[in-house]
Ligand binder design. Structure first.
Ligand SMILES: O=C(O)CCC(=O)c1ccccc1C(=O)O
Ligand SMILES: [Mg+2]
Length: 324
């Protein structure tokens, strides 16, 4: 016996969360609940504005159709579903089948979204491997270079992850590199997507000796995981990639190519974020995932995130928009 439910959620965001060109005031999405005999599985479907091509409304409509098929025991082609829907549905099936281990990796790479001095204090208190993520490319490249130097000099052993989100022209990227002292470059674990095109980013890595990682490029049509000079990692955002099986395949291919795979958030609620922490502990046990996005919310959903004091909305308080 199978049954399914679709919940709709809206969670308030912290003020000042900007996605590319728009402010994100409310995070909107769906949670699916699958039940079979005495087993249960959850999955979150939350297209990210400016990143996903589908809207929340389109994803919700498709989710209802696919849940009806699942309930009837019909075949579902996840590869032709929207990535956010394929992601949430496949995660729910994984959990239902007992294949998603319970233990999570909650040791995240702190995201510097405000005052760099506060992050320095936090990192100095952090036990074990010190990893932090800083967005660059939003202000002057020179300032970004100075911020990188400051972190590397203030925190012994730091491994910085920088993310330019394809913002720089080759010239701007060069200006950044020029300001990062040569002896500090090894403190940069990687710089995600420095330039507008992958070819420019590859040239940057080879010219500067600064390692890079693919994030947007992983979702480009025809992307293949391969070892290339200067490339050390790929970032996997399951909500944007699609079926969880595809994410597992990407992790496997990355490891075979000698690359690091980093599981990362697309600003899922605490429910989805917890599942990503579990997925990361399972698939990439030696790597700190990029999941420090709970701080961007004003509320949690159902499953609390460790040490997070934000109020928790329960699934029981949400509207069930569809059930079978
Ligand atoms: O990867 C991380 O550490 C945090 C997540 C993150 O940076 C992000 C979250 C949502 C959308 C885009 C991005 C990004 O990598 O630019
Ligand atoms: Mg990125």
């Amino acid at each position: 016996m199978r049954s399914a439910k679709l919940f709709q959620y809206q969670l308030p965001m912290d003020t000042g969360v900007i996605l590319r060109s728009q402010r994100l005031v409310t995070r909107e999405g769906w949670v699916i609940e699958l039940k079979q005999d005495d087993k249960i599985g959850y999955g979150e479907i939350a297209p990210l504005p400016e990143f996903s091509h589908e809207t929340a409304e389109q994803a919700g409509e498709q989710a209802k159709q696919l849940l009806a098929k699942w309930q009837a025991g019909e075949a579902i082609d996840l590869d032709s579903a929207y990535p956010s829907v394929a992601s949430g549905l496949s995660m729910a099936m994984l959990e239902l089948n007992g294949e998603l281990p319970a233990e999570g990796n909650y040791q995240v790479a702190p995201l510097c979204s405000g005052d760099p001095d506060e992050l320095v204090i936090e990192l100095n208190k952090m036990p074990g491997e010190k990893v932090a993520k800083i967005k660059v490319g939003m202000y002057e490249a020179v300032r970004d270079g100075m911020v990188a130097n400051m972190f590397i000099e203030a925190i012994p052993g730091i491994r910085l992850r920088l993310d330019a989100n394809r913002q720089w022209t080759p010239l701007k990227a060069q200006q950044f590199a020029k300001y990062v002292k040569p002896e500090n470059r090894a403190g940069i674990a990687f710089l995600e997507e420095p330039c507008k095109t992958p070819a420019e980013s590859l040239a940057f890595a080879q010219e500067t000796g600064i390692n890079i990682a693919w994030d947007e490029t992983v979702r480009d049509e025809g992307f293949e995981v391969k070892a290339e000079p200067g490339v050390v990692a790929i970032v996997i955002k399951p909500t944007l990639v699609g079926p969880v099986e595809r994410c597992i395949e990407l992790v496997k291919q990355a490891h075979e190519a000698g690359l690091v795979a980093v599981i990362s958030s697309s600003m899922e609620s605490s429910l989805g974020l917890n599942q990503l922490a579990r997925f990361a502990a399972w698939q990439t046990p030696d790597v700190i995932p990029g999941l420090d996005t709970m701080q961007l919310f004003q509320a949690q959903l159902e499953t609390p995130w460790p040490e997070c004091s934000l109020p928790v909305t329960s699934l029981n308080d949400l509207e069930v928009v569809w059930q079978s």
